[in-house]
Write a protein that binds this ligand. Structure first.
Ligand code: BTN
Length: 283
């Protein structure tokens, strides 16, 4: 079982009920990690991100992971809701404490999306790529999103709640209710990997990657991230919160994870910010 005894007594209202993920599949994935993450599974919660942010001041163990079978108020980027399915989605948040400034953490969602792509590729899902700033795409449709929310701790460090929503096998009824075009992890034979295997492999990949990010920041990951970028060397449009647009060829990332677009005159421009939205330019 997971070392829930490590947790401070801060979960009076949260009963883990019956775990919904196969524990042996998880343990199998964790076998190479130097320390097994403290992982709690809950049947239903409003938002795993909101919960961890609420609990953070009381002290959460490093690498604590809360996974919910169902979220009633899942949060997405740019104030959107994150819609998920109790049987076909993976929704979880990972807690990480950093000795880094908020500016240095701006590349964190990109590092996470890179780790997720590497984990999914290692499970054979090689058609998944990254879309700036922090989505995973498969065949032109969104398959996962990352929402990082931070809080300043009394120690002066920054606590990051790394929220991940992944479509494993979405029912078509749910796909129809979304404005965004969604994809999931099912193969041609309609088979999806077990969620415990996917979660285990994601944590197995993300934990060492985040240790490295905590040491060296985003810069060492920038080049590899671009090799998985679904818009690499393509003409794209960036929509700003004030509805203006920037256009150019998607050519690279800055050391902090800013997107570099090359304008028609060949000049590079770097864009930062979680409120931006990237589109492929209409031909
Ligand atoms: C996005 O908009 O692309 C980011 C979606 C992030 C959703 C995940 S699901 C688990 C965690 N809890 C939340 O409320 N949101 C994140």
């Amino acid at each position: 079982m997971y070392p829930t005894s490590l947790l401070p007594p801060l979960f009076p209202t949260l009963v883990p009920l019956e775990p919904f993920l196969d524990e042996s599949a998880l343990q199998q994935e964790f076998r190479d990690l130097p320390s097994v993450p403290v992982l709690w599974q809950v049947q239903s919660i409003d938002s795993t991100n909101r919960c961890l942010l609420e609990w953070a001041p009381q002290g959460l163990p490093q690498h604590f992971c809360l996974v919910a079978r169902q979220q009633s108020a899942g949060r997405g980027r740019r104030g959107r809701a994150w819609i998920s399915d109790a049987e076909g989605s993976l929704t979880f948040s990972l807690w990480w404490i950093f000795d880094r400034s908020l500016q240095e953490l701006s590349g964190l969602p990109l590092a996470v999306s890179l780790g997720m792509v590497e984990a999914l590729h290692s499970l054979g899902m090689t058609s998944v790529g990254v879309k700036w700033p922090n989505d995973l795409w498969r065949e032109g449709r969104k398959v996962a999103g990352v929402l990082v929310e931070t809080t300043r701790l009394s120690s002066g460090q920054v606590g990051a709640v790394i929220g991940i929503g992944l479509n494993v096998a979405l029912p078509s009824s749910l796909q129809d209710t979304c404005v965004l075009s969604l994809n999931d992890l099912r193969d041609e034979a309609d088979q999806a990997p077990a969620r415990a295997t996917v979660l285990g492999r994601l944590l197995n990949t993300l934990i060492p990657l985040l240790e490295s990010f905590a040491q060296s920041g985003f810069a060492p990951f920038a080049e590899t991230w671009m090799t998985h970028c679904v818009h690499r060397n393509q003409q794209v449009t960036l929509l700003h919160p004030n509805h203006t647009r920037s256009q150019g060829e998607c050519v690279g990332l800055s050391s902090l994870g800013g997107l570099i677009l090359r304008d028609p005159a060949g000049e590079p421009h770097t864009y930062h910010g979680g409120e931006l939205s990237l589109r492929l330019e209409a031909p």
